[in-house]
Write a protein that binds this ligand. Structure first.
Ligand SMILES: Cc1ncc(C[n+]2csc(CCOP(=O)(O)OP(=O)(O)O)c2C)c(N)n1
Ligand SMILES: [Mg+2]
Length: 335
Protein backbone atom coordinates (compact mmCIF):
# COMPACT_ATOMS: atom_id res chain seq x y z
CA UNK A 1 0.00 0.00 0.00
CA UNK A 2 1.04 3.56 -0.32
CA UNK A 3 1.47 5.46 2.91
CA UNK A 4 -0.37 8.40 1.42
CA UNK A 5 -3.58 6.34 1.43
CA UNK A 6 -6.18 7.77 3.75
CA UNK A 7 -9.68 7.05 4.95
CA UNK A 8 -12.63 8.23 2.88
CA UNK A 9 -13.82 11.70 3.89
CA UNK A 10 -17.34 10.39 4.46
CA UNK A 11 -18.51 7.18 6.14
CA UNK A 12 -21.56 5.10 5.25
CA UNK A 13 -23.54 6.48 8.22
CA UNK A 14 -26.59 8.66 7.60
CA UNK A 15 -26.72 12.23 8.91
CA UNK A 16 -27.34 12.30 12.62
CA UNK A 17 -30.90 12.95 13.86
CA UNK A 18 -32.06 14.73 17.01
CA UNK A 19 -33.15 11.39 18.47
CA UNK A 20 -29.80 9.77 17.83
CA UNK A 21 -27.76 12.67 19.17
CA UNK A 22 -29.96 12.87 22.25
CA UNK A 23 -29.29 9.17 22.86
CA UNK A 24 -25.54 9.77 22.53
CA UNK A 25 -25.76 12.66 24.99
CA UNK A 26 -27.66 10.46 27.42
CA UNK A 27 -25.08 7.68 27.02
CA UNK A 28 -22.24 10.06 27.88
CA UNK A 29 -24.11 11.50 30.85
CA UNK A 30 -24.86 8.02 32.18
CA UNK A 31 -21.18 7.08 32.10
CA UNK A 32 -20.31 10.29 33.92
CA UNK A 33 -22.91 9.88 36.65
CA UNK A 34 -22.14 6.18 37.21
CA UNK A 35 -18.45 7.03 37.54
CA UNK A 36 -19.15 9.96 39.89
CA UNK A 37 -21.11 7.58 42.11
CA UNK A 38 -18.30 5.02 41.83
CA UNK A 39 -15.77 7.68 42.88
CA UNK A 40 -17.86 8.44 45.96
CA UNK A 41 -18.20 4.74 46.77
CA UNK A 42 -14.44 4.39 46.43
CA UNK A 43 -13.79 7.07 49.03
CA UNK A 44 -16.23 5.20 51.30
CA UNK A 45 -14.18 2.02 50.77
CA UNK A 46 -17.12 0.25 49.15
CA UNK A 47 -14.95 -0.21 46.06
CA UNK A 48 -11.43 -1.55 46.63
CA UNK A 49 -8.36 -1.96 44.43
CA UNK A 50 -7.50 0.22 41.48
CA UNK A 51 -10.12 2.47 39.90
CA UNK A 52 -9.39 4.65 36.86
CA UNK A 53 -12.08 7.08 35.81
CA UNK A 54 -12.97 7.92 32.20
CA UNK A 55 -14.57 11.29 33.00
CA UNK A 56 -13.81 13.75 30.17
CA UNK A 57 -13.25 11.04 27.56
CA UNK A 58 -16.84 9.74 27.26
CA UNK A 59 -17.32 11.00 23.70
CA UNK A 60 -14.72 8.54 22.42
CA UNK A 61 -16.39 5.32 23.55
CA UNK A 62 -19.93 6.56 22.93
CA UNK A 63 -19.13 7.85 19.43
CA UNK A 64 -17.20 4.71 18.53
CA UNK A 65 -20.07 2.42 19.50
CA UNK A 66 -22.45 3.76 16.85
CA UNK A 67 -20.90 1.86 13.93
CA UNK A 68 -19.48 -1.07 15.90
CA UNK A 69 -22.36 -2.27 18.08
CA UNK A 70 -22.06 -5.89 17.01
CA UNK A 71 -18.26 -5.94 16.82
CA UNK A 72 -15.67 -7.07 19.37
CA UNK A 73 -14.18 -4.49 21.70
CA UNK A 74 -11.17 -4.59 24.00
CA UNK A 75 -9.92 -1.80 26.23
CA UNK A 76 -7.31 -1.12 28.91
CA UNK A 77 -8.06 -0.54 32.60
CA UNK A 78 -9.88 2.81 32.14
CA UNK A 79 -12.76 0.88 30.62
CA UNK A 80 -15.95 1.59 32.55
CA UNK A 81 -17.14 3.94 29.81
CA UNK A 82 -16.28 1.54 27.02
CA UNK A 83 -18.15 -1.29 28.73
CA UNK A 84 -21.29 0.83 29.18
CA UNK A 85 -21.10 2.26 25.65
CA UNK A 86 -20.94 -1.33 24.38
CA UNK A 87 -24.09 -2.27 26.24
CA UNK A 88 -22.93 -3.59 29.61
CA UNK A 89 -25.60 -2.49 32.08
CA UNK A 90 -24.67 0.01 34.78
CA UNK A 91 -25.96 -2.51 37.34
CA UNK A 92 -23.67 -5.31 36.16
CA UNK A 93 -20.76 -2.88 35.97
CA UNK A 94 -21.28 -1.22 39.34
CA UNK A 95 -21.74 -4.63 40.98
CA UNK A 96 -18.40 -5.65 39.48
CA UNK A 97 -16.75 -2.54 40.93
CA UNK A 98 -18.23 -3.45 44.32
CA UNK A 99 -16.86 -7.01 43.96
CA UNK A 100 -20.32 -8.58 44.07
CA UNK A 101 -21.44 -11.93 42.64
CA UNK A 102 -23.91 -10.16 40.34
CA UNK A 103 -21.10 -8.26 38.60
CA UNK A 104 -20.37 -8.91 34.94
CA UNK A 105 -17.16 -10.77 35.92
CA UNK A 106 -18.90 -12.43 38.89
CA UNK A 107 -17.25 -9.96 41.25
CA UNK A 108 -13.85 -11.55 40.69
CA UNK A 109 -12.46 -9.08 38.17
CA UNK A 110 -13.08 -5.63 39.60
CA UNK A 111 -12.64 -2.27 37.93
CA UNK A 112 -9.85 -3.28 35.53
CA UNK A 113 -11.48 -6.53 34.38
CA UNK A 114 -14.95 -5.73 33.15
CA UNK A 115 -15.88 -8.48 30.66
CA UNK A 116 -19.17 -9.30 28.96
CA UNK A 117 -19.20 -11.90 26.24
CA UNK A 118 -22.89 -11.33 25.44
CA UNK A 119 -22.10 -7.75 24.43
CA UNK A 120 -18.81 -8.75 22.76
CA UNK A 121 -16.94 -6.67 25.31
CA UNK A 122 -13.82 -8.78 25.52
CA UNK A 123 -12.33 -7.16 28.52
CA UNK A 124 -10.49 -4.52 30.31
CA UNK A 125 -6.79 -5.26 30.81
CA UNK A 126 -4.24 -3.93 33.30
CA UNK A 127 -0.97 -4.46 31.47
CA UNK A 128 -0.25 -1.34 29.43
CA UNK A 129 -0.26 -2.29 25.73
CA UNK A 130 -0.64 -5.98 26.59
CA UNK A 131 -4.15 -6.26 25.21
CA UNK A 132 -3.41 -4.69 21.82
CA UNK A 133 -2.16 -8.00 20.29
CA UNK A 134 -5.34 -9.67 21.56
CA UNK A 135 -7.28 -7.52 19.11
CA UNK A 136 -5.06 -8.70 16.28
CA UNK A 137 -5.79 -12.27 17.37
CA UNK A 138 -9.53 -11.65 17.55
CA UNK A 139 -9.40 -10.11 14.07
CA UNK A 140 -7.55 -13.17 12.80
CA UNK A 141 -10.41 -15.33 14.09
CA UNK A 142 -12.98 -12.97 12.54
CA UNK A 143 -11.25 -13.33 9.18
CA UNK A 144 -10.98 -17.12 9.38
CA UNK A 145 -14.64 -17.41 10.34
CA UNK A 146 -15.69 -14.83 7.73
CA UNK A 147 -17.76 -13.06 10.38
CA UNK A 148 -17.74 -9.67 8.68
CA UNK A 149 -16.99 -8.03 11.99
CA UNK A 150 -14.13 -5.86 13.18
CA UNK A 151 -12.07 -5.84 16.37
CA UNK A 152 -11.91 -2.43 18.02
CA UNK A 153 -9.19 -1.89 20.60
CA UNK A 154 -8.77 1.17 22.83
CA UNK A 155 -5.47 2.06 24.52
CA UNK A 156 -3.69 5.13 25.81
CA UNK A 157 -0.84 7.27 24.52
CA UNK A 158 1.44 5.45 26.97
CA UNK A 159 0.71 2.11 25.30
CA UNK A 160 2.02 3.25 21.93
CA UNK A 161 5.62 2.98 23.15
CA UNK A 162 5.29 -0.70 24.01
CA UNK A 163 6.76 -3.51 21.95
CA UNK A 164 3.51 -5.47 22.04
CA UNK A 165 1.74 -2.53 20.38
CA UNK A 166 4.18 -2.46 17.43
CA UNK A 167 4.02 -6.22 16.96
CA UNK A 168 0.22 -6.12 16.95
CA UNK A 169 0.18 -3.41 14.27
CA UNK A 170 2.81 -5.16 12.19
CA UNK A 171 0.95 -8.48 11.95
CA UNK A 172 -2.47 -6.88 11.56
CA UNK A 173 -1.25 -4.94 8.54
CA UNK A 174 0.65 -7.88 7.07
CA UNK A 175 -2.50 -10.03 7.07
CA UNK A 176 -4.87 -7.11 6.37
CA UNK A 177 -6.88 -7.96 9.45
CA UNK A 178 -10.07 -6.06 10.33
CA UNK A 179 -8.89 -4.08 13.36
CA UNK A 180 -9.59 -0.48 14.33
CA UNK A 181 -6.78 0.51 16.71
CA UNK A 182 -7.93 3.51 18.77
CA UNK A 183 -5.30 5.44 20.68
CA UNK A 184 -6.98 7.74 23.19
CA UNK A 185 -4.30 10.37 23.50
CA UNK A 186 -5.09 12.12 26.78
CA UNK A 187 -1.53 13.50 26.98
CA UNK A 188 -0.53 11.66 30.15
CA UNK A 189 0.69 8.21 31.08
CA UNK A 190 0.16 8.32 34.84
CA UNK A 191 1.96 11.59 35.67
CA UNK A 192 4.26 11.65 32.64
CA UNK A 193 3.24 14.13 29.92
CA UNK A 194 3.41 12.97 26.32
CA UNK A 195 6.43 15.10 25.41
CA UNK A 196 8.41 13.27 28.10
CA UNK A 197 7.26 9.84 26.86
CA UNK A 198 8.21 10.04 23.21
CA UNK A 199 10.20 12.14 20.73
CA UNK A 200 7.27 11.75 18.32
CA UNK A 201 4.11 13.24 19.82
CA UNK A 202 1.80 12.75 16.83
CA UNK A 203 1.03 9.16 17.61
CA UNK A 204 -0.72 8.44 14.31
CA UNK A 205 2.79 8.25 12.80
CA UNK A 206 3.29 4.97 14.63
CA UNK A 207 1.27 3.42 11.77
CA UNK A 208 3.67 4.57 9.05
CA UNK A 209 6.35 2.07 9.99
CA UNK A 210 4.08 -0.85 9.14
CA UNK A 211 2.32 0.79 6.16
CA UNK A 212 -1.01 1.24 7.92
CA UNK A 213 -3.62 3.90 7.23
CA UNK A 214 -3.99 6.32 10.13
CA UNK A 215 -5.76 9.50 11.12
CA UNK A 216 -5.54 11.95 14.01
CA UNK A 217 -8.44 14.10 15.21
CA UNK A 218 -9.92 15.72 18.32
CA UNK A 219 -12.51 13.52 19.97
CA UNK A 220 -14.35 15.96 22.24
CA UNK A 221 -17.31 16.13 19.87
CA UNK A 222 -19.13 12.79 19.88
CA UNK A 223 -20.37 13.42 16.34
CA UNK A 224 -16.84 13.63 15.01
CA UNK A 225 -15.91 10.37 16.72
CA UNK A 226 -19.10 8.72 15.44
CA UNK A 227 -18.25 9.69 11.87
CA UNK A 228 -14.51 8.93 11.79
CA UNK A 229 -14.76 5.59 13.60
CA UNK A 230 -17.48 4.65 11.13
CA UNK A 231 -15.14 5.54 8.24
CA UNK A 232 -12.40 3.41 9.83
CA UNK A 233 -14.67 0.46 10.55
CA UNK A 234 -16.14 0.63 7.00
CA UNK A 235 -12.56 0.43 5.70
CA UNK A 236 -11.52 -2.48 7.93
CA UNK A 237 -14.78 -4.35 7.42
CA UNK A 238 -14.39 -4.12 3.64
CA UNK A 239 -11.10 -6.06 3.93
CA UNK A 240 -8.92 -3.07 3.09
CA UNK A 241 -6.84 -3.55 6.23
CA UNK A 242 -6.54 -2.21 9.75
CA UNK A 243 -6.57 1.47 10.71
CA UNK A 244 -4.89 3.41 13.51
CA UNK A 245 -6.93 6.32 14.86
CA UNK A 246 -5.29 8.76 17.24
CA UNK A 247 -8.17 10.44 19.05
CA UNK A 248 -7.08 13.46 21.04
CA UNK A 249 -8.90 13.68 24.37
CA UNK A 250 -8.33 14.61 28.02
CA UNK A 251 -9.10 13.06 31.38
CA UNK A 252 -10.56 15.40 33.98
CA UNK A 253 -9.54 13.28 36.97
CA UNK A 254 -6.21 11.90 38.11
CA UNK A 255 -4.73 8.75 36.63
CA UNK A 256 -6.49 6.65 39.27
CA UNK A 257 -8.49 7.38 42.40
CA UNK A 258 -5.25 7.69 44.37
CA UNK A 259 -3.77 10.40 42.10
CA UNK A 260 -4.53 14.05 42.91
CA UNK A 261 -2.98 15.02 39.51
CA UNK A 262 -0.75 17.76 40.91
CA UNK A 263 1.59 17.46 37.93
CA UNK A 264 -0.72 19.35 35.57
CA UNK A 265 0.35 22.90 34.72
CA UNK A 266 -1.81 25.57 36.37
CA UNK A 267 -4.92 26.34 34.36
CA UNK A 268 -4.64 23.31 32.05
CA UNK A 269 -7.64 21.47 33.44
CA UNK A 270 -9.88 24.55 33.35
CA UNK A 271 -8.83 25.22 29.78
CA UNK A 272 -9.56 21.63 28.71
CA UNK A 273 -12.91 21.62 30.48
CA UNK A 274 -14.04 24.19 27.92
CA UNK A 275 -14.14 21.25 25.51
CA UNK A 276 -16.06 18.95 27.85
CA UNK A 277 -17.88 16.47 25.56
CA UNK A 278 -21.14 16.94 27.47
CA UNK A 279 -21.07 20.72 27.05
CA UNK A 280 -20.28 20.47 23.32
CA UNK A 281 -23.16 18.11 22.61
CA UNK A 282 -25.57 19.99 24.87
CA UNK A 283 -24.82 23.19 22.95
CA UNK A 284 -25.37 21.46 19.61
CA UNK A 285 -28.67 19.92 20.74
CA UNK A 286 -29.80 23.34 21.92
CA UNK A 287 -28.60 25.41 18.99
CA UNK A 288 -29.32 23.08 16.07
CA UNK A 289 -32.00 20.66 17.29
CA UNK A 290 -34.06 22.95 19.51
CA UNK A 291 -33.80 21.10 22.84
CA UNK A 292 -34.72 23.27 25.83
CA UNK A 293 -33.95 23.19 29.56
CA UNK A 294 -36.92 20.94 30.32
CA UNK A 295 -35.59 18.33 27.86
CA UNK A 296 -32.20 18.28 29.58
CA UNK A 297 -33.80 18.12 33.01
CA UNK A 298 -35.80 15.07 31.94
CA UNK A 299 -32.67 13.35 30.61
CA UNK A 300 -30.73 14.19 33.77
CA UNK A 301 -33.49 12.84 36.04
CA UNK A 302 -33.72 9.65 34.00
CA UNK A 303 -29.94 9.13 34.09
CA UNK A 304 -29.82 9.90 37.80
CA UNK A 305 -32.46 7.25 38.51
CA UNK A 306 -30.58 4.64 36.44
CA UNK A 307 -27.23 5.43 38.05
CA UNK A 308 -28.69 5.36 41.57
CA UNK A 309 -30.43 2.06 40.81
CA UNK A 310 -27.06 0.62 39.77
CA UNK A 311 -25.51 1.77 43.06
CA UNK A 312 -28.34 0.22 45.09
CA UNK A 313 -28.21 -3.02 43.11
CA UNK A 314 -24.44 -3.28 43.66
CA UNK A 315 -24.70 -2.37 47.32
CA UNK A 316 -27.44 -4.93 48.01
CA UNK A 317 -25.89 -7.79 46.02
CA UNK A 318 -24.09 -10.68 47.75
CA UNK A 319 -20.33 -11.11 47.72
CA UNK A 320 -19.11 -14.15 45.72
CA UNK A 321 -19.00 -17.52 47.44
CA UNK A 322 -15.33 -18.06 48.41
CA UNK A 323 -15.68 -21.65 47.15
CA UNK A 324 -15.91 -20.26 43.58
CA UNK A 325 -12.56 -18.45 43.84
CA UNK A 326 -10.70 -20.71 41.41
CA UNK A 327 -13.66 -21.61 39.18
CA UNK A 328 -13.06 -19.10 36.42
CA UNK A 329 -9.27 -19.01 36.17
CA UNK A 330 -9.02 -21.60 33.40
CA UNK A 331 -11.49 -22.67 30.72
CA UNK A 332 -13.13 -25.98 31.60
CA UNK A 333 -11.20 -28.94 30.20
CA UNK A 334 -13.03 -31.36 27.99
CA UNK A 335 -13.51 -34.86 29.37
C1 LIG B 1 3.51 -3.01 31.12
C2 LIG B 1 3.09 -2.01 32.17
N1 LIG B 1 3.97 -1.07 32.55
C3 LIG B 1 3.60 -0.16 33.50
C4 LIG B 1 2.37 -0.21 34.07
C5 LIG B 1 1.95 0.84 35.09
N2 LIG B 1 1.01 1.75 34.47
C6 LIG B 1 -0.31 1.61 34.66
S1 LIG B 1 -1.18 2.72 33.81
C7 LIG B 1 0.19 3.44 33.16
C8 LIG B 1 0.08 4.63 32.23
C9 LIG B 1 -0.52 4.32 30.89
O1 LIG B 1 -0.92 5.50 30.27
P1 LIG B 1 -1.77 5.52 28.95
O2 LIG B 1 -1.46 4.34 28.12
O3 LIG B 1 -1.58 6.85 28.34
O4 LIG B 1 -3.28 5.34 29.43
P2 LIG B 1 -4.21 6.30 30.30
O5 LIG B 1 -4.00 5.89 31.73
O6 LIG B 1 -3.81 7.70 30.03
O7 LIG B 1 -5.60 5.99 29.89
C10 LIG B 1 1.32 2.79 33.63
C11 LIG B 1 2.69 3.19 33.27
C12 LIG B 1 1.49 -1.23 33.66
N3 LIG B 1 0.25 -1.36 34.15
N4 LIG B 1 1.86 -2.11 32.69
MG1 LIG C 1 -2.74 8.56 28.52
Amino acid sequence: MSQSESLPAKSSLPEISATELTALYRGMLLIRRVEELAAKAYTQRKILGFCHLYIGQESVAVGAAVSTKDDYWMAAYREHGHAMAKGVSPKAMMAELFGRATGCSKGQGGSMHIFDKAHKFMGGYGIVGGHVPLATGVAWAIKQRKEGRVAVVFFGDGATHQGAFFEALCLAQLYKLPVVFICENNFYAMGTPLHRQSAVTSLKFRADGVGMVSEQFEGFDVEVVRERVAAASDFARAGKGPVLLEIVTYRHRGHSMSDPAKYRPDGELDEKKKSDPLAITKARLTDDFGLVDADFEAITDDVEAEAQAAWTFAHDSPIPDPATLYDFTYAPTEA
